[in-house]
Write a protein that binds this ligand. Sequence first.
Ligand SMILES: [Zn+2]
Length: 176
Amino acid sequence: MCPSRSASSPAQASTVPLSTAIGGRRPTKPTTPSSTNPSASPPNSAFDARSERNLATLLPEAQKAARRFLTKAIAAGHDVRILSGTRSYAEQAALFRKGRWGNPGPRVTNARPGQSLHNHGVAWDVGVFKNGQYQTAQAPYVAVAKYHDPETTEWGGSWKTFKDTPHYQLRHYVKL
Ligand SMILES: [Zn+2]
């Protein structure tokens, strides 16, 4: 994934081609719904507050896909929430440092700032809960994955290397 690109200038975060490239059928402006305050409870708020907060950080196409997935999984009896949506370059850099250069923890990403679709509004991570407890085992994540739409959405658990079972992203975007 683009290892030759230096991440030395993470400041140029604002103009990426993705927002204009998602199938060319982006219905509305990405982050500023005209009639609603994103920090307030959205009109069709069906999900928990954290999920809604993270959903609001996604571009409309991604938000639609994530909402469809969540709706189906919850209807089937799973307690699934969106734990992460769009991340700033600084947040991505902090994640990339985990498990590298003597920093503690397992490595959680191979993407430098700008290289993760989380930086571009088209990727989200889910958490599965049982009796209110966040699940860390793989099985519950594999179980809920069948509710995503493979036409529009790619599941990180389907990747050959670095399987990322909580991760989903839109299929249609321009590679950086
Ligand atoms: Zn992710």
